[in-house]
Design a protein around this ligand. Structure first.
Ligand code: NOJ
Ligand code: CA
Length: 708
């Protein structure tokens, strides 16, 4: 029996409730540029979104279905409450110190005559986007249920250009982006345009989030989620039109989410801007996460690190495992410590320090067990810890799990207690497993099943690691992670993560398969909307850097990184992370004038501004240091040469700045002349304009320091 939703409007209607007919509520953002209309029809509940009074998402359905209830249909609308907030909060570290949380909100209570469950839908409307989440309540607590479908739809009114990576594919989030109309999203097109997606093709046609689309009028929209906790991650299912629907990654038994009352879902987020650079500035995701839970944050230190890493990933001269080419030997690590300490780096990443690398740890999910608190025989951990301490640098630990989750979880406490004892404050974790639904889970009856990398099992695993590491005062940088949904606000020891194709693909993949010059001009408008990224910039030796093998020290000429030194420097400003790596070998930095920029550039900022940007074309970011009055600029382009005129009005007025400019020469460019760098000085003030000239695949980095 279907019913019309009855609206019970409370007398506390606030001014921002701009219209309310019998079946429609409209609520606007504080600046009135964005609004959501909520409507009901035949027991169904819908929302639509307007930007500048233009409908950008049309009537889209909401609701949740589980094994115990269907709260997507036959709904009665009960109490409706409104609220608003205008406050600000400070980040422990970040792209900006202070974040404003200014929003209006509405909460709808919905029930069904067919069951005892109550569903509340919470909407928060900010100037930069919208978040909504479901809450499921029952008269009793701890009633178990399994979500079988979340009915959230996103029906875009325009079939616009979009940038996406496929869900339900091997290699998690590590793909280049496809650029198609929304209606053209499918794996065949991805195979045609980007990379052949091999079998098995399981799961629906769907994309990962953040998913970004730009309309013909420039309005740019990104769909993502915030505070993904005790739930499975949301992908967006497509069907050959401009409509998308929430698709939750299932458990191996088909359940989408295993949960109990009372339950809250993650926030479904819609970031909206007038243009691409506006969405880069969005703080919606962070605003929709819980405040910091870690009382004493004095041990959480942003910083820069070098690594015994590129030798394995890039130059191919060393190995993680035992043998004559083993990289992480006591002697070699000490040399890296000397270099890092000489130049004031906070950390030195050491990979291959432990045992477990000698068997088939990569990439099938079937590797041998890693050990996380006993070191390799030729790595004297105590000696190294003592040496590092004496030199004022910390070792960055490394936990490659090969996705042997049980093995890692059984050692978690000991592993992080070991770190604390050894003076390690940051650990990079890793989950290499290049299959599709391929993560082993041992059930309580001892049988083994395979889970997806992004399902609830892994969401919960990653949280366990984050909470355990916090207990031992260790920050983490996750490779092959679950996507970020803003958790760094609640756990500021969640420092950074990979979760996209990083520099490593330039290291180990030949020219035709590495990241293209446009990749880093797409990331700021897609993946980077969610969080810091451990991209690992700073490669200076871009051509003829890789050996054929550790035994065969002849150059493999099929490798050439599609970047320039100036662009590598610009990436430290473009890609935000509180821990940034200088990824190349020490010998490529020593005596190189460009290294000074890496030494100078901060990792914690008072303020950040996207000056310009078009997705897949170019972007210019400026950021102000948290500890000084210096500003930094980074600008990058795709494979096209271009000039960008920028206004320097972001600089403090009444101050003259000396700008140290790191740029490609006029005959520069990623292919022809990537390793030449010009460094010049100029004086500017805030009323000046400046033209950034970028060659093909190039970039530019500038430090502005107040003139003494
Ligand atoms: C993949 C990671 O992205 C890379 O940084 C790491 O070196 C290897 N896995 C080994 O753990
Ligand atoms: Ca990786």
């Amino acid at each position: 029996m279907k019913k019309n939703i009855k609206l019970i409007l409370l007398p506390i209607l606030a001014l921002y409730l701009s219209s309310c007919s019998s079946d429609k509520l409209t609520i606007s953002s504080p600046d009135n540029s964005l609004s959501v209309s909520i409507s009901s029809q035949n027991g169904n509940i819908f929302y639509s979104v307007f930007k500048n009074n233009i409908e950008i998402i049309e009537k889209s359905k909401l609701g949740i279905i589980s094994d115990k209830f269907d709260l997507s249909d036959n709904l009665n609308l009960g109490k409706v409450t409104y609220g608003s907030n205008n406050s600000s909060w400070s980040q422990v570290w970040g792209e900006q110190k202070v974040i404003k949380d200014h929003h209006n909100e509405i909460v709808l209570s919905l029930d069904s005559d067919l069951n005892d469950y109550l569903m509340k839908i919470h909407f928060k409307i900010f100037d930069d986007g919208i978040g909504f989440r479901y809450e499921i309540l029952h008269p009793e607590e701890d009633v178990q249920f399994s979500i079988t479908d979340e009915k959230t739809e996103f029906r875009f009114t325009q079939d616009s250009e979009s940038w996406w990576i496929p869900a339900y594919a091997y290699r998690r989030y590590e793909f280049l982006y496809a650029n198609t109309l929304i209606s053209e999203i499918n794996r065949d097109n991805f195979s045609k345009l980007v990379e052949h997606l091999h079998d098995p093709r399981i799961g629906p046609e769907a994309v990962q989030t953040p998913f970004t689309t730009q309309r013909d009028d420039g309005i740019t929209i990104a769909i993502h989620e915030a505070n993904l906790s005790n739930y499975s991650s949301m992908t967006l299912k497509t069907n050959g039109t401009s409509n998308m629907e929430c698709d939750l990654i299932p458990w191996s038994d088909g359940d989408k989410v295993k949960t109990q009352t009372p339950m809250v879902s993650p926030w479904r987020t819609i970031i909206v801007g007038n243009n691409p650079s506006e969405i880069v500035m969005s703080t919606l995701t962070l605003n929709l996460n819980e405040p910091n839970k870690i009382e004493d944050v004095s041990w959480i230190e942003p910083g820069k690190y070098i690594g015994l890493w590129w030798e394995m990933i890039g130059t191919n001269q060393s190995t993680w495992g035992s043998g004559s080419h083993h990289g992480a030997t006591t002697e070699k690590v000490k040399k890296y410590i000397d270099f890092g300490s000489k130049y004031g780096f906070e950390g030195l990443l050491v990979e291959g320090w432990n045992t477990g690398w000698d068997e088939n740890w990569c990439c099938t999910g079937e590797g041998e067990a890693f050990d996380f608190y006993h070191s390799h025989p030729d790595f004297d951990d105590k000696e190294v810890a003592k040496y590092a301490k004496g030199k004022g640098i910390r070792i960055v630990g490394h936990h490659e799990t090969g996705t042997q989750i049980d093995n890692y979880e059984s050692q978690l406490d000991s592993a992080f207690a070991y770190c604390q004892k050894m003076g390690i404050r940051v650990v990079k974790t890793g989950y290499v497993n290049d299959g599709s639904q391929n993560i082993k889970r041992i059930k309580s009856d001892g049988t083994q099943v395979k889970e997806w990398h992004h399902g609830q099992y892994m969401v919960e695993h990653f949280r366990k690691v984050l909470e355990t590491s916090a207990k031992y005062e260790v920050g983490i940088v996750v490779h092959e992670p679950i996507k970020d949904t803003g958790l760094r606000r609640t756990y500021p020891n969640m420092l950074s993560r990979e979760g996209a194709r990083g520099q490593e693909f330039n290291g180990f993949m030949p020219k035709d398969w590495n990241n293209k010059p446009n990749h880093t001009t797409i990331l700021p408008f897609t993946r980077l909307l969610s969080s810091p990224m451990d991209y690992t910039p700073g490669i200076f030796n871009l051509k003829e850097y890789r050996y054929n093998s550790p035994d065969d020290r002849t150059i493999n000429t099929s490798h050439h990184i599609p970047s320039t030194i100036a662009k590598e420097l610009a990436l430290y400003v473009i890609i935000y992370a509180p821990v940034q790596m200088a990824a190349d070998l020490p010998e490529h930095y020593e005596d190189h004038d460009g290294f000074q920029f890496i030494l100078d550039v901060p990792v914690d900022w008072r303020e950040s501004i996207a000056l310009n940007g078009e997705i897949g074309e170019y972007i210019t970011m400026v950021r102000k240091d948290i500890n000084s009055d210096d500003w930094y600029l980074g600008s990058i382009t795709n494979e096209d040469r271009r000039q960008l005129d920028v206004d320097l009005s972001f600089l403090d007025s009444n101050t003259s700045y000396v700008a140290t400019i790191y740029k490609d020469p006029s005959d520069g460019g990623w292919e022809s002349n990537p390793e030449s760098l010009e460094i010049t000085e100029k004086v500017f003030n805030s009323s000046d304009k400046y033209t950034i000239v970028l060659p093909e695949g190039g970039g530019q980095a500038i430090r502005f320091s107040p003139k003494k």
